[in-house]
Design a protein around this ligand. Sequence first.
Ligand SMILES: NC(=O)c1ccc[n+]([C@@H]2O[C@H](COP(=O)([O-])OP(=O)(O)OC[C@H]3O[C@@H](n4cnc5c(N)ncnc54)[C@H](OP(=O)(O)O)[C@@H]3O)[C@@H](O)[C@H]2O)c1
Length: 264
Amino acid sequence: MEYKDKIVWITGASSGIGEALSVAFASKGARVILSGRNEKELERVKARCREAGREGFICPLDLTSAESIHKAVNVLAEQFGRIDYLVNNGGISQRSLLIDTPVDIDRRIMEVNYFGAITLTKAILPLMVKGGGGHITVISSVVGKYGFPMRSAYSASKHALHGFFDTLRTDITPSNIRVTIVCPGLIRTNVSINALESDGRPHGVMDPRQDKGMDVDVCASRIIRAVGRRKREVYIGKIDIILIYIRKWWPWLFFRIAGNVKPT
Ligand SMILES: NC(=O)c1ccc[n+]([C@@H]2O[C@H](COP(=O)([O-])OP(=O)(O)OC[C@H]3O[C@@H](n4cnc5c(N)ncnc54)[C@H](OP(=O)(O)O)[C@@H]3O)[C@@H](O)[C@H]2O)c1
């Protein structure tokens, strides 16, 4: 019953983890706000939410545009008056060696993954504080905990999220705002297909390792469980999440493993 009638705003709801989360929250009776750029895909997810038990509400949004974010916040404040849960999920990955990647691409990835999430969070916080509290979830990655081949900008953008959202926890304690940082490992979605190459074009390929990743619905239900338990940080994936512990306790071993990974 925990999510019944709660207002849950999910970015990147048009695909992958965001889509699975939207349907799972709708099946629990939540009123889900679906955001992303692709309105046709958002309509498809809205229909899935309806079938799962609760009508969704579409709020198109481009995370690279502060104007688009503030417009969305104003529309939702008017329409719903409060947001109980925000899930900062929308993001873009990378498939290019650091030396080949122009800084423009680093900035593009940072704009979506970091500045998009923090602009939205800062815009929604006053509404949450006024409403007596709320819960903010941010989808980082295992590469938010370590660097990995072909992911320099992506990894940096996810590391930055940890700094921001850990500080939010300490800055906002009296306001009853809770934060869950989720670090997924390999989850079977289109993330590698949509990842940027050094020329800014999508990679366009389902990586074999990605294809063998965790089922996206399993990932979504684990995220929802972590949010319900008010976890501060969770690692969700298969055996791949073990690298977080190896990086922490045996860095020499981590860099030996990462250095031998065949880049994809
Ligand atoms: N799958 C994994 O293995 C994995 C692992 C670790 C972390 N993650 C993280 O999980 C999150 C979701 O990724 P996914 O795996 O579900 O990949 P996905 O299927 O490619 O979905 C990415 C979502 O982000 C949205 N998005 C991208 N750029 C956007 C922009 N400028 N403005 C608004 N929305 C934007 C897309 O919506 P539109 O195209 O409609 O805008 C889409 O809904 C990302 O933050 C990703 O970094 C994924």
